[in-house]
Write a protein that binds this ligand. Sequence first.
Ligand SMILES: NC(=O)c1ccc[n+]([C@@H]2O[C@H](COP(=O)([O-])OP(=O)(O)OC[C@H]3O[C@@H](n4cnc5c(N)ncnc54)[C@H](O)[C@@H]3O)[C@@H](O)[C@H]2O)c1
Length: 360
Amino acid sequence: MRDVVVVGAGGMGRAWLDTVARRDDLRVSAIVDVSVEAARAAGDQRGWDIPCVASVDEAFAAVGRPGMLLNVTIPEAHRAVSEAALRQGVPVLSEKPVTPTVSDALALAAVSEVTGVLLATSQSRRYSAGIRAFREEVAAAGGAAQLTALFFQNPRFGGFRDEMESPLLIDMAIHTFDQARYVLGADPVSVYCDEFSPPWSWYRGGAAAEAVFRFGDGARFSYSGSWCADGLTTSWNGSWRASAAAGSVTWDGEVGVSAQGREGDPRTVRVGDAEEGLDAALAEFVTALDGGPTPSGEVRANIWSLAMVEAALASARTGETVRLDDVFAAASHHAAEAARAAGDHAVADAIARWDGAPPR
Ligand SMILES: NC(=O)c1ccc[n+]([C@@H]2O[C@H](COP(=O)([O-])OP(=O)(O)OC[C@H]3O[C@@H](n4cnc5c(N)ncnc54)[C@H](O)[C@@H]3O)[C@@H](O)[C@H]2O)c1
């Protein structure tokens, strides 16, 4: 039985509490939230008599060091919460984005390396039977040279997303970008991105974007997205098409995967059963703690999905194609300087040694 401290008792935090409760080898030993009332309410709703406190330190003081910590706070709190746990030797599975910036993510990756403690991000949309079948079919067709995702949705959230800068690119596109990395099994080199809003948009920031990424193996990934598209909406996973040497493969974002080669009729690809979403992300993380393979969202890999967002934003701002290497170089410089200024030389040295993206 492994103890889990869950930090953040908002909508997603409560979903994680139930995800942990579905496993018989894990138990939630404490809930942390700056709003202790929110933590207490989440515990009470589940009939759990466990400490509900305001900080990671208080939780560890009350129940001892747990086997792992789930960071389900708001993005701005991710770095401080994850760092507090890593520094005390507690492995962290964090909600996306691992941090709001690549610079902060590099700093956390360095803390993970210096302490030797695992940090991974849960990108729940890379775990579904549909995307798995799509990815396998694309690989069987020789790998995609062109991959396209359409994401057209029309949520009326109200609240912070209506007011923030770049709501689509910052809050949502990281999922689709991460899915592209998963499908292609490669990392991007550069991006050109045009961000805008149609006249009828109900968001203050850019609610639509067109982006083209070039990947290291020469593949192109193009993304067309909008968060103010009424009618004929796509799945929240988007609608996908891959063009490969041996034919084409499509995925409707749910369980509809189709393929067709140069000859023959289109065929429906069998989509198997698979553990999905949060359950799958948690299973992968626990397996790693038990000595299994490194999770696919381990910070040094996941940082590339965050860098895709940062590079797309930089391209939208400048109107230029942006190289991921340049994003990592600038972030690396900033993160190393900040660590050095804070007197954290081990972290600063690790970041300076990488001189860009952390090696895997
Ligand atoms: N994977 C997905 O599909 C998905 C969906 C929704 C949200 N998320 C992510 O989950 C995270 C949480 O989102 P949410 O919708 O639950 O937000 P939320 O605002 O409903 O809840 C966040 C909670 O964190 C608490 N909190 C803030 N700072 C804290 C700190 N320093 N220490 C402890 N608690 C703190 C807040 O009081 C709040 O209760 C975000 O990173 C978000 O991007 C992921």
